[in-house]
Design a protein around this ligand. Structure first.
Ligand code: CUA
Length: 158
């Protein structure tokens, strides 16, 4: 089969682009530890204050690290101050009491949407102790810019 030179070049260029796109996904997953949303857990948003999964909000420590249960609502996070140990696995479980919010831990890879009716969950490790700002990054109403919380990563005690 006789394929003209230009057609060959374009075919190779398309092949290189496909490899480049796949490599970008691989770098995102392996290099930056980004996780695609894969945890599908539903919740009745009108009943979260009585739901056993969200009755006790805040940090629970265990031998692997910590679990943090958070409710986002117009225009605050509950709790507004979260303390977790550095260098340990921290699993966040977040849901919304009203509309769609965001939950972004600035300067880290912790970032998820909070959609009413669903529990968003992700696990990450904070290597650097310090104070981190948590912001809502989905426009949720007039007080959107006020919606924030504080994450304090503490040096792990031996
Ligand atoms: Cu909550 Cu913007």
């Amino acid at each position: 089969m006789n394929v003209p030179l230009y057609e060959k070049l374009w075919m190779w260029a398309a092949g290189v682009l496909i490899v480049a796109f796949l490599a970008m996904i691989a770098v995102g997953v392996a290099g930056s530890a980004l996780q695609p949303p894969s945890h599908v857990e539903t919740i009745d948003p009108t009943k979260i204050w009585n739901d056993p999964r969200f009755v006790r909000r805040g940090v629970t420590l265990d031998e692997h690290g910590a679990t943090v249960v958070v409710v986002g609502m117009m225009f605050a996070f509950m709790p507004a101050e979260i303390r977790v140990p550095a260098g340990r696995r921290v699993t966040f479980r977040v849901t919304s009491a009203d509309v769609t919010h965001g939950f972004q831990i600035v300067g880290t890879n912790g970032n998820t949407m909070i959609v009413p009716g669903y529990v968003s969950q992700f696990t990450t490790v904070f290597r650097e102790p310090g104070e981190y700002l948590i912001v809502c990054n989905e426009y949720c109403g007039l007080g959107h810019h006020l919606m924030s919380a504080k994450l304090i990563v503490e040096e792990a005690r031996p």
